[in-house]
Write a protein that binds this ligand. Structure first.
Ligand code: GAL
Length: 666
């Protein structure tokens, strides 16, 4: 997929309007006016593509693809596997998923196929081959979109058998499996593979090694299904490029693994703007964290495959984006590395689940409606930003976000079973770095740390030996490492590391954890800076989880902040330790936002990381860099001035680096 312009468009579901040629004609005219240059077709089209088993109708799709192409609009073509036709679900029950309680679903909704069913795979193969033969060489089709938002799990007998095969491959013997799961406890030793079943509400739900492996297995199944569909098409169209649309804070699939199979990462971005509890800047930071994650998965530009031009209809309260926020959020995606701004959906459905979901064209069909006007403005801005297309981002800081760790951390009983707040922990670090204008990537334990100046390790409860070693090497060679509470506790089987913890990091940190205490919501321990400590950090409060640490005797850390209350008084809350050419910071608890702002202001300076903006920024203004470009975004609803430039409320300004000086691009 080669493009020299940012893509603008989105999900187009014209199969709902085939009896209204006037509407299809108006779509085309309005797409031109909105500067649309791409649409995604076919996401849920199976019942029209194959209305009867083995009978395929592709002409309607070909007509639409070609009419759009004549007007300069390309197609991202989706395979229809996410929603199968009713005839299939009725005739072949095995394609329907079985729930954790072992009840097979009736025909319903979407994204609920059994990914193990050979029959389902054959049906998918047949329809995908039809699409590949018909459109594989078509210049209108620039990218293949496999299925839609893959996720969930199936507990049918076919999946149980696959799970046992997967376990046999992973462990080789039941002895090894029993050891990894510590099954001897409560007499859960398995003596036959057939005794093993997936977790269930009325069945096994406390063997944490089993639960963790089930999550790994389900993730692998989705990836296997993706590979299956991709390879069906690739066999016919060797040059085809592939994406899958990923999701916000998604749990079910290890996206680091999935990304290795994709040519381009894409994701669906639906923040709840204007929440009563959050400023626009906070929502923007939460969204930015996802953009940065999706950029990092391949270390290259991604696509924002879906977003709403106005509002969604599946959040508790559907709030319209205020005037200007559609532009702010569209350009934010580009600022963080997206090569597209795409929407769901082009024209609002008349009926069904999503009839009140925001769309570029509403039921009134009017081009003077706000969503259309704002979409057209975004389209025009994207044309001005064409130089951003394909550009990469600087490597500065990395935050470790690892799926098996998240699964194990959240699946484990204690020390806090409610409100552990893994994503909140990530956000504490991310928000402070992003506000300081530092480019942040998210890495897994298999990623390379090369090129980063700072690596943050928040709640890396499941820490693999090799990664602990990698962190030590990184610091030894001059990098800065920040390690938070509840890190280095278990191995990859969720077995507690024996001996001192954080496992593998005690020499790096110059201390060891001796206790951890769960805190009630609203319960805090005060922490004060040690006099004369460098860097000087502000007093703060510790909550959620509080660790007690003991300094290593031979080469101890330098304590920066201590707890002042209770039997914790005098224990290190924050410490720093020189290690080789670099240094490591230890945070014993979760602190207040202002603490992270001060910490990262000081240590990014110390690590020599350049903030994106050469100018100091007013509150609520965020700065980001893509190579050769600087983006400033005003998340306030009122104007601000930055270095003589007036940024309107929710406004964005973009500069290009030209011959050493910044020239305004937008
Ligand atoms: C996405 C999905 C779309 C549409 C959209 C609504 O998750 O892929 O098909 O349902 O949400 O926000």
């Amino acid at each position: 997929m080669e493009h020299t312009q940012l893509l603008h468009g989105g999900d187009y579901n014209p199969e709902q309007w085939l009896d209204r040629p006037d509407i299809l004609e108006q779509d085309l005219q309005l797409m031109k006016k909105a500067h649309v240059n791409v649409v995604t077709l076919g996401v849920f089209s199976w019942s029209l593509l194959e209305p009867e088993e083995g009978v395929y109708h592709l002409d309607w799709l070909a007509d639409i693809i070609h009419r759009l192409y004549q007007h300069g609009i390309h197609t991202i073509l989706a395979t229809p596997s996410a929603a199968r036709p009713a005839w299939m679900a009725k005739k072949y029950p095995e394609v329907r998923r079985v729930r954790p309680d072992r009840v097979r679903e009736l025909y319903r909704r979407r994204q609920n196929y059994c990914y193990s069913s050979p029959l389902f795979r054959e049906k998918v193969r047949a329809v995908d081959e039809q699409l590949a033969r018909r459109f594989g060489q078509d210049p209108a089709v620039i990218l293949w979109h496999i299925s839609n938002e893959m996720g969930g799990d199936c507990h049918c007998p076919l999946c149980q058998a696959e799970f046992r095969r997967w376990l046999q491959h992973r462990y080789g013997s039941l002895e090894a499996l029993n050891k990894a799961w510590n099954s001897r406890f409560w007499s859960h030793d398995f003596s036959d593979w057939e005794e093993i079943e997936s977790p269930a509400p009325q069945g096994e739900d406390c063997l944490q090694g089993l639960t963790l492996d089930w999550k790994r297995f389900v993730s692998d199944r989705h990836i296997d299904f993706f590979r299956f569909e991709r390879d069906v098409i690739r066999a016919i169209v060797p040059q085809a490029k592939f994406t899958a649309n990923l999701m916000y804070r998604f749990h079910d699939i290890d996206y680091h693994d999935l990304a290795r199979e994709l040519d381009v990462v894409s994701w669906d971005n639906y923040p709840t703007w204007h929440k009563a509890t959050e400023t626009v800047e906070q929502t923007a930071l939460d969204t930015a964290m996802m953009h940065d994650l999706f950029y990092s998965l391949k270390g290259k530009p991604f696509l924002m495959m879906e977003s709403s031009p106005s509002f969604t209809n599946w959040q508790p309260v559907s709030k319209q984006k205020r005037p200007g926020v559609a532009m702010l959020s569209a350009l934010q995606a580009v600022a963080h590395g997206s090569d597209s701004v795409c929407y769901f959906q082009w024209r609002a459905s008349r009926g069904g689940e999503e009839k009140f979901h925001g769309a570029v064209i509403g039921h009134d069909g009017r081009e003077d409606a706000r969503p259309f006007r704002e979409t057209a403005q975004v389209g025009a801005a994207l044309e001005q930003l064409a130089p951003a297309t394909g550009t990469s981002r600087p490597r500065q800081a990395a935050i470790v976000h690892d799926w098996p760790n998240m699964w194990a951390l959240e699946g484990s009983a204690g020390p806090r079973n409610a409100g552990l707040g893994y994503w909140k922990e990530l956000a504490c670090h991310y928000n402070a770095l992003a506000r300081a204008g530092i480019t942040v990537d998210f890495v897994g334990q298999d990623s390379s740390l090369e090129g980063y100046g700072l690596v943050v390790v928040p709640m890396l409860y499941l820490l693999r030996e090799e990664f602990a070693q990698k962190l030590c090497d990184f610091a030894r060679q001059g990098g800065t490492v920040v390690v938070s509470e509840w890190t280095g506790v278990v191995d990859e089987s969720d077995l507690c590391w024996l001996g001192d913890t954080p496992h593998g990091l005690t020499r790096l940190l110059g201390l060891r954890r001796t206790e951890i205490d769960g805190m009630y919501d609203g319960e805090f321990r005060r922490c004060l800076p040690v006099e004369g400590a460098v860097p000087a950090l502000p007093a703060t409060r510790a909550g959620v989880l509080c660790e007690v640490a003991a300094l290593e005797e031979s080469d101890p850390a330098q304590v920066l902040l201590t707890y002042t209350e209770d039997y914790f008084a005098g224990c290190p809350a924050v410490a720093v330790h020189r290690f080789g050419q670099g240094r490591a910071y230890y945070l014993a608890s979760r602190f207040e936002p202002k603490f992270y702002d001060a910490l990262y202001a000081s240590l990014t300076r110390e690590a020599g990381l350049q903030p994106a903006s050469p100018w100091p920024l007013p509150k609520g203004v965020l700065a980001t860099r893509r190579d050769g470009l600087l983006f400033l975004q005003n998340c306030n609803d009122s104007p601000v001035s930055v270095s003589g430039v007036e940024l309107p409320g929710y406004g964005t300004a973009v500069w290009a680096d030209r011959d050493g000086s910044l020239q305004r691009l937008l």
